[in-house]
Design a protein around this ligand. Structure first.
Ligand SMILES: [Fe+2]
Length: 186
């Protein structure tokens, strides 16, 4: 097996973003610190430990760096690596809004996921941070988990950016679902 490239912590990953988006992400991390640093990646399926949400985001972003390198060495891509990393930062933000710690220490979803959460996240970015997602970013966050009920037999629903976000996410959540506790080692 080849020696793997280093795994980057979230702080190092955010350094890959353009400065205004990096600052935005740091502000979000600060504002939601009490929730975002303790919730799991999911309740039962991946990165289920306390703090697993950040582990999952970190893993998916690191996986994305690998995918982006492999793909862009073969054909040019219509989006930057920074675009994809930024969308991965946001792709599960509904969990920050939905997951809450229970009296017994477990984490429960206070609401089930629905497609309306993309609009809630976009509204939060706009109202709290003055940031308007581009159409491609919105599409990537909305379809990070696939096209679902929006699948169309002849129209492409997920855009290219959504697709690399989805691939990075699902590799973390379904291949390496129990990995990622160490932010700096594979
Ligand atoms: Fe995810």
């Amino acid at each position: 097996m080849q020696k793997p490239p280093p795994k980057l912590s979230l702080a190092k990953l955010l350094d890959r973003l353009e400065p205004s988006k990096r600052d935005l992400c740091w502000q979000v991390l600060e504002d939601y610190h009490e929730i975002i640093t303790v919730i799991p990646g999911a309740q039962t399926k991946h990165q289920t430990w306390e703090g697993g949400y950040i582990s999952h985001v970190e893993e998916a972003m690191n996986i994305c760096i690998g995918l982006y390198g492999v793909l862009s060495a073969r054909r040019s891509l219509s989006f930057s690596l920074a675009d994809a990393l930024f969308c991965i930062f946001w792709h599960d933000f509904d969990k920050v809004l939905r997951f809450r710690k229970q009296a017994d220490g477990s984490f429960m979803a206070t609401k089930s996921y629905g497609s309306e959460f993309t609009d809630k996240i976009a509204e939060l970015a706009r109202k709290q941070y003055g940031y308007e997602f581009t159409a491609d970013e919105y599409n990537a966050i909305k379809y990070a988990h696939g096209e679902g009920k929006d699948y169309h037999p002849s129209d492409r629903i997920m855009g290219p950016l959504a697709t690399i976000v989805h691939c990075s996410d699902v590799i973390s959540a379904r291949i390496w679902f129990d990995e990622g506790r160490d932010p700096t080692a594979w």
